[in-house]
Design a protein around this ligand. Structure first.
Ligand code: GAR
Length: 204
């Protein structure tokens, strides 16, 4: 294997997807190639980003498919069709069952916008994480990239970066700072790390 085949899962704006695409274009993910984008929502702007970058994108909506089983089966079919080795959850807001996560042990990573174990797990996603951090009055927050297992935000931590909270921060301002200073840097780095490990292992 020369490069690991990477699928990026998204649900919304897709700025983390953009960071991955930009890193790839800049030669910063030499061990992997983004070959598929999976969106849980047909309205996600991330789909436009994929199109602009010329990466195939598919929509698998739990709502449209009617059940968790049908949702996961539809995703798995795409992953098999595209021979995916590594999954990167980049702002993916749907929960995946143990049945799914067990199929990609240490081959699925996620970016979370806090320093895990703070402000993580069920109910902590997107802007809510930053609202909770500001409500608690923490002075430092950040982002974490971790492997995905059956526990929401519970898998082994790969990379973390701290970001200061500043007086007068709104959840939106803090979210942007955490993205710029941590998420968009860590996620491409972690993706290369995991791809490189897989490629090395396969070639041994
Ligand atoms: C990001 O801040 C990401 O860390 C977070 O949602 C945002 C998605 O933004 N993910 C979670 O909260 C997952 N629990 P994006 O669509 O612009 O990348």
């Amino acid at each position: 294997m020369l490069k690991a085949r990477v699928a990026v899962f998204v649900s919304g704006g897709g700025t983390n997807l953009q960071a991955l695409l930009d890193a790839q274009a800049a030669g910063k993910i030499p061990s992997g190639e983004i070959v598929l984008v999976v969106s849980s929502s047909p309205a996600a702007y991330a789909l436009t980003r994929a199109e602009k970058a010329g990466v195939p994108a598919v929509v698998c909506s739990r709502k449209e498919l009617g059940s968790q089983e049908a949702f996961e089966a539809a995703i798995l079919e795409k992953l098999e069709a595209y021979e995916i080795d590594i999954i990167v959850l980049a702002g993916f807001m749907s929960i995946l069952s143990r049945d799914f996560t067990d199929r990609y042990p240490e081959r699925m990573l996620n970016v979370h916008p806090s320093l895990i174990p703070a402000f993580c797990g069920q109910g902590y996603y997107g802007l809510r994480v930053h609202e909770a951090a500001l409500a608690r009055g923490v002075k430092v927050t950040g982002a974490t990239v971790h492997f995905v297992n059956e526990i929401p935000d519970g898998g082994r931590i790969l990379l973390q970066k701290a970001v200061p909270v500043q007086d007068g921060d709104t959840p939106e301002v803090l979210q942007r700072r955490v993205m710029e200073q941590a998420e968009w840097i860590l996620l491409p780095q972690a993706t290369e790390l995991v791809c490189a490990q897989l490629v090395k292992g396969e070639n041994q």
